[in-house]
Design a protein around this ligand. Structure first.
Ligand code: UDX
Length: 458
């Protein structure tokens, strides 16, 4: 077949580094670019600067194979690759709603200025719809016109903790293109993914579409997932007043294949670097385009999600026998263990983590809060330096009057309620992820409260 194009990934954060490493693993010649010299030095030295299962080994193997290199030079990157993927961050703007595109602008502009042959620039970062057209204008302004540099869009759907699998074995590939040449280049740039699937008797669906649709696919998928979680959390709210059990309700509705049983875990809600930020940016963009009403429900999705955090504080006050003042409950003089800081298990990411937000709210209400997380302590200390952290689960729960499990790590799910019961001052537990065996904890003498579930009979 045709020779494989050489690839670059600009921005070696979570997204770009994972893609660069995995595409080298698929057999491509790859360069990872970043302006951050420390990050590039680390990657070039064989160390992944974040926590992602399986990635370290792939990095070292592909550095050794010579297929993978890293650089802080735009000139080298422009010279090396035929297809350039833009993977830089698109943080939430200071106003809290839209996306900040300054890194996209800087990387595209600098890359374009250094190009000396025809190339394809492909956007991957999550952006407001319309960004691909804007990038096209940037490119035509900054790349030498005679080269005919083109632009395309190809969203990613990585889940932290499964990112390697999600890149090597994606459930679909989406490309937004304007020309046959761009379509062909992107096909060649993903041929390794299709070939791997063929050897495993799978097929990876390919959706070829226009710029706007490709950009919208990503935010639409995340909006749907966020909505699914908030839907079940709304049902949890209703169960709490009606006396139902949301875990059984989720199971029962999930048997309908049109609904499906995944992403129906009621709890303290969604967090992380994507879902909360993406649904806000999506609303802001729809508003700008005059379709604000269409996405007004996402505001409710956000509110339902945030109410679950408040619910834990209310439950804590209830269990501890504290009264609600006008400014919320007074928890002064109480000792609370918070188990979990990462936004989900098997991750060290604490961005917009419900667990940390609840820990901070409990501390603000006056409680003496001790936080423990198996992987997220370093990041938690940076994000919430005023909280108290412990070196182990045992240390966090010792002497506590209330234990709150807010991230469903296996270490917490498998904890023995009898053993933990011997360490605490009072056997009260809030299961913010409905991940504990309620009956077992009740039998061990604990006052158990789940999210959207009745109290278990001991
Ligand atoms: C998400 C999307 O899944 C992914 O496709 C996209 O590319 C990026 O955003 P990620 O942020 O890694 O991925 O986490 P995910 O596993 O989706 O979980 C998001 C949050 O939702 C977590 O806080 C999790 O605890 C919560 N969640 C998830 C629930 O509360 N209930 C559920 O049923 C599922």
């Amino acid at each position: 077949g045709a020779p494989r194009p050489r690839l670059s990934f600009l921005g070696t954060g979570y997204l770009g580094a994972t893609y660069a490493i995995c595409f080298a693993e698929l057999g491509y010649e790859v360069i990872g670019f970043d302006i951050d010299e420390a990050k590039i030095a680390k990657l070039a030295g064989g160390a992944v600067p974040f926590h992602e299962p399986g990635l370290d080994e792939l990095l070292r193997r592909n550095l050794q194979s010579g297929r993978l290199r890293f650089s802080t030079s735009y000139a080298e990157t422009a010279d090396f690759a035929d297809v350039h993927f833009i993977c830089v961050g698109t943080p939430q703007r200071a106003d809290g709603m839209g996306a900040d595109l300054r890194y996209v602008e800087a990387s595209v502009t600098n890359l374009a200025q250094h190009l000396s042959r025809k190339a394809l620039i492909v956007g991957k970062s999550t952006v407001p719809v319309g960004t691909a057209e804007w990038i096209e204008q940037l490119v035509s302004k900054h790349a030498p016109a005679e080269l005919g540099v083109e632009v395309a869009w190809s969203p990613e759907f990585l889940q932290e903790g499964f990112a390697v699998e999600d890149v090597l074995r994606p459930n679909r590939i989406v490309v937004g293109v304007k020309s046959d040449w761009a379509n062909g280049m992107l096909y060649a740039a993903h041929k390794g993914v299709f070939d791997l699937a063929a050897t495993e008797d799978r097929e990876v669906p390919l959706v070829v579409t226009d710029f706007a649709t490709a950009e919208l696919v990503k935010v639409a998928a995340n909006a749907f997932l966020a909505t699914k979680i908030s839907f079940i959390n709304a049902m949890a709210e209703v169960c709490e007043v009606a006396g139902g059990d949301v875990t059984q309700l989720a199971k029962a509705i999930g048997y309908d294949p049109r609904i499906g049983n995944r992403f129906l875990q009621a709890g303290v809600g969604f967090g992380g670097g994507c879902l909360p930020k993406d649904i806000r940016a999506f609303q802001a963009r729809a508003q700008e385009l005059g379709a604000g009403e269409a996405l007004r429900f996402l505001h409710e999705v956000d509110l339902i999600n945030l109410r679950r955090r408040t619910r834990v504080v209310t439950l804590a006050a209830e269990l501890l026998g504290r009264r609600h003042g006008p400014a919320g409950p007074d928890l002064s003089g109480t000792r609370i263990a918070v188990l979990g800081a990462a936004f989900k298990p098997n991750s060290d990411d604490v961005r917009d983590a419900p667990s940390l937000a609840v820990a901070a709210a409990l501390a603000k209400a006056g409680a003496d809060v001790r936080v423990y997380d198996p992987e997220g302590m370093g990041n938690a200390q940076l994000a919430q330096p005023d909280l108290t952290y412990t070196g182990s689960m045992v240390e966090a729960v010792t002497g506590a009057e209330l234990v709150c499990v807010l991230t469903e790590w296996a270490e917490f799910r498998n904890a023995d309620p009898v053993q933990i019961g011997e360490l605490v001052a009072n056997k009260r537990v809030i299961d913010g992820r409905n991940c504990l065996d309620a009956t077992l904890w009740a039998q061990a003498g604990w006052q158990y409260r789940g999210m959207g579930r009745p109290q278990p009979r001991a």
